[in-house]
Structures are given as C-alpha cells and as structure tokens.
Ligand binder design. Structure first.
Ligand code: NAD
Length: 482
C-alpha cells in the first residue's frame, strides 16, 4: 500500500533507537515508495534543536547504516522532518506540539492521521499517554500509538500503563512493538511449521522431546547499568522476545494467517501456560551474574550498578503448556550478557528412535536467528568406510546477496503500523500471560534474596553458569548448543 498520509510524532527523537533504527528504517520505506509525499515526522526531545539540525541527524543516521545513498532522495526525505523541543513532563509543551501537528497536517494533507511513537525511557510512557489524552493530541483520522519495550515492569504496572493508553487508543490502535517479531527467521517459524509435511507431521509431543531457545549476547551492560538494574535479563529478554518465540513454536495452527487468527491461536495456547510453583522454579530456573576478567569489569563493578546487586545478567528456565501441539513438552530457554558469542538460535530436539543400527543420533531442527540466518536439520546416514552412523546437516541458507536484502525488523514493523497490520505486535492478552509467569519467578527470587541467596556467578565469554546445565527434566537432556 502506498502513500499513507500521516503526521508521525516520535517522542525521543534525539535518542539512540530513533537514530540507529527508526530513521534508517523510515528512509528504506521511503525509498521503496511505501511512504510518500503526504507525511511529516516530528521529532521531539528536550534539547533545543532546530528543524535543520534534526534533518542533519536523520541524514547522518542514514549514512551510518547505508553503504550507498541517493543524496537527492535523502534530502527530499529529510525535508519531511520537523523538530519540536518538548519536555514530556510539561503540559504546556503538548499544546505547542498539537499546533505543529495540525499545521503540518494542513501542509501535507495528512487527513487527520496521527502516529505516536514512544521511543523513550519506559518511565515516561504513562505520562505521555495521559497527556496525549488530556491535551487532545489525537485527531480526526486514524490515531495509532507504538509503545517500545518494556511495557510495564510487572503485571500490575503493565495493567496501569495499559489503562492509561486505552483511555485514548483502542486495542486495535496500540502497537506494542517487539522487534524480534520483525526478524526474518522469527517470521519464518510459522511457514516452516505449516508448509512442510516433513515438519508439520512431527510437530507434536509424540515426536518432539524438547525445544531450546538461546538468545546469547556477547556484550556486557556497557553504559546502561542504571537501566539494567531496574530490569535484569528476565524482564529485558524473556518477558517479551523469548516468550514471543516460544508462543510461535507452541501455538496451535491458526485458522488463517490474518492478525485476528494469529492472535486467537496465541491466546488459546497462552490460556494453558503453566505457572511454575516454588519447587519447580528452584529446580528449573537459574539466574546468573557475570564475573570480571583482566580486561573487563564484573557486573557488580559496572558503572551505576549497586555493589551488592542481585540483578541477573543471565537466566535459564523452562516453559510448559497444558495444551497445544507441544502440550507438556519442556521448552528450555536461556539468555545472558557476556556469553561466548552473539547467537540467537532455536534447537528443536526430536526423540530418539530405536532401530536396527542401534541408537542413532536424534534429528534436530535448528533455526539460527542471528547473526547468520539459516535452518538446518541433522540427519543420519552411513559412515563411508567403517560401519556405523554419521550425522550431517541439511541446510536452508540464504546467499550473501539475499541476506543483504532482508529488511531490518524495525523497517518491517513500521510498515505494518502504517498499513494497520498488528499481526506481529504483542496483544494485551498475551502480555498479561507473560507477566503472570515473570511475576512468579521474580517473587521466588525475591524470597531467595531474603534468605541471602545470590545469582550464580559465571565467567565472562562462556556459556553462563554451570548450574544452567542442570535445569532439565531428565538426565538424557542437555543443551544442544554448547
Ligand atoms: P535514549 O536514552 O537513547 O533516548 C531517550 C530519548 O528521550 C532522548 O531523545 C532524550 O532526549 C529523550 N528524553 C529524556 N527525557 C526527556 C523528557 N523529560 N522530555 C522529553 N524527552 C526526553 O533511549 P533509547 O535507547 O533510544 O531507548 C528508547 C526506548 O526504546 C526504550 O523504551 C528502550 O527500551 C527501547 N529500545 C531501545 C533499543 C535500542 O537499540 N536503543 C532497542 C529496543 C528497544
């Protein structure tokens, strides 16, 4: 769909996300003719920038992310940007913003359509939503709001934030963004499951032994210790990205591929999410904190981190559902900072089958999400000269040229917001289930803290604490990616 008239307001227009992700993604959409002519973008932040200065920033952001740029197109694109110095805590500033939005609406014939993007620290989300409402910033066309993560820090605060936002926006107009849902290989989960009889027919608890989701980061918290202290790995990575991936893996087949059917299938699954009790949490969950090395700080030495902090930089755990194709199948996950390499992958481990050759290896299906994108299935065959079974990988790969063409998650998801497709955004009912689960783990860890129990320490640039190798349901299970 082309040329959707809109005035977009980015709260946090001078921030890291806007610079590194949003401006380049918007430019790519512009270059493909997916937004054109009738749009204006207002960047807001506290700094006293001019329109011209913001346009330079936008232009820099595009140059930093593109090896080749059509300068005429970039200049034309940047001319649609306007800057409004705006403190989100100051009510009067919303009046100025509203006037500018109206003026630009007239100039660009934006037909009263508004898109608000909250690209700021989450502590401001509620206040911005409240002022959009009180100061009547919504207009006569469509009014959509994109909310960055994290959406709340537990179920109660997420509920409060949601109430504030739903005062001005209906659920259909709220786009809770999770950029993992824009990633190529995450979007590939359903086609993989649904279009291959080879895979579709084994996608059940008879054939699948367990699933393992690993989101490993190589970097530490860097300058973001202050933010990280309020979050930790569980809230930062599991509540959103890991749960969305798990939901796509375990949900029943949707009746159709439209947004309604996908969300209905997700909700059906999540209504059977098992919330682990205290004993299960002690058995199947591990939290960790990275130690230092000659060259690097331990987490507890990072700037803005409390020296006795219990915040976890690593977590491993288990998720199970009562229903769905993978009912009762353990889905293990782990995520952490300062792990051996940056690697986001899913391993689907099939059950062993006894046969005339003795126990051959299990067939595993592996989906590598980042940094390379591929799927491979391990299969067994004969060894060439000796007797016995050897294992090889069958691969689904992209060429280098294809990898180049794959759009960034933000580009896809921004386009979805423009065309009003909420398939790959988090519905409120999903979020509620995720938070219930996270709250149970956090509560158990709070109790542990009171007993003086600390997160497990782990050496930097390895695979996390050793205790994470003991979270499995049975002794025959282990991490496939080691
Ligand atoms: P940031 O700190 O770089 O930017 C915050 C922005 O808010 C800046 O423009 C700042 O000037 C502005 N700001 C701060 N106080 C203000 C006030 N009182 N009034 C008006 N403006 C004010 O943060 P970020 O990294 O861009 O992150 C923004 C959001 O995006 C967060 O919710 C974060 O969790 C999410 N996010 C960021 C990334 C990323 O790569 N940076 C990735 C995923 C999600």
């Amino acid at each position: 769909m082309k040329n959707i008239p809109v005035v977009m307001v980015i709260f946090g227009g001078s921030g890291d996300l806007a610079h590194r992700k949003l401006y380049p993604a918007l430019f790519n959409l512009y270059e493909q003719g997916l937004i054109h002519d009738n749009f204006a973008i207002i960047g807001t932040a506290r700094r006293p920038w001019s329109h011209e200065y913001l346009r330079e920033q936008v232009s820099d952001a595009v140059h930093e992310t593109h090896s080749e740029v059509n300068e005429n197109d970039l200049a034309a694109f940047a001319s649609h940007f306007y800057y409004q110095s705006h403190d989100v805590t100051n009510v009067e500033h919303y009046e100025t913003l509203k006037n500018l939005a109206q003026e630009l609406d007239d100039r660009y014939s934006a037909q009263g359509n508004r898109l608000f993007y909250l690209a700021m620290a989450p502590r401001f989300f509620e206040q911005i939503a409240q002022h959009i409402n009180d100061q009547n910033l919504t207009s006569t066309g469509f009014n959509r709001i994109v909310v960055e993560k994290p959406f709340g820090r537990d179920l109660a605060s997420a509920q409060e934030l949601n109430e504030q936002i739903t005062a001005s926006f209906s659920e259909d107009d709220i786009f809770r963004i999770d950029h993992y849902l824009g990633k190529e290989m995450v979007q590939n989960i359903l086609p993989l499951r649904l279009t291959n009889p080879l895979i579709k027919n084994i996608w059940n608890n008879v054939n699948i032994k367990n699933i393992q989701v690993t989101l490993a980061e190589h970097l530490g918290v860097e300058a973001r210790g202050g933010y990280y202290e309020t979050s930790g790995a569980l809230r930062d990575m599991v509540q959103n990205h890991i749960f969305q991936i798990i939901t796509l893996l375990a949900m029943p087949e949707p009746k159709d591929l439209d947004s309604k059917s996908i969300h209905a299938a997700k909700q059906e699954l999540l209504s059977s999410l098992i919330i682990p009790d205290e004993k299960e949490i002690a058995q199947h969950f591990v939290r960790g904190q990275y130690l230092g090395s000659d060259m690097t700080f331990a987490y507890l030495q990072e700037p803005n981190v409390a020296p006795d902090s219990n915040t976890e930089t690593f977590v491993a755990g288990e998720v199970k559902f009562k229903q769905g194709p993978l009912a009762e199948v353990p889905i293990y996950f782990r995520t952490g900072k300062e792990m051996r390499e940056k690697k986001n992958r899913i391993d689907i481990v099939l059950k062993h089958m006894s046969n005339q050759y003795g126990q051959a290896h299990s067939n595993n299906i592996t989906i590598i999400i980042d940094p390379d994108m591929q799927i491979f299935i391990t299969i067994n065959g004969k060894k060439i000269t000796e007797t016995g079974i050897r294992r090889e990988n069958l691969g689904y790969l992209f060429s280098a040229a294809e990898q180049e063409k794959i759009p960034d998650g933000y580009e896809r998801l921004l386009h979805d917001v423009f065309v009003n497709d909420s398939t790959n955004f988090t519905h409120w009912s999903e979020l509620k289930s995720y938070w219930k689960f996270i709250d149970a783990i956090e509560a158990a860890w709070q109790r542990e803290n009171k007993q003086g129990k600390k997160p497990e320490q782990y050496l930097p640039y390895r695979m996390g604490p050793k205790a994470a190798n003991q979270i499995f349901d049975s002794a025959t299970e282990h991490w496939i990616y080691e």
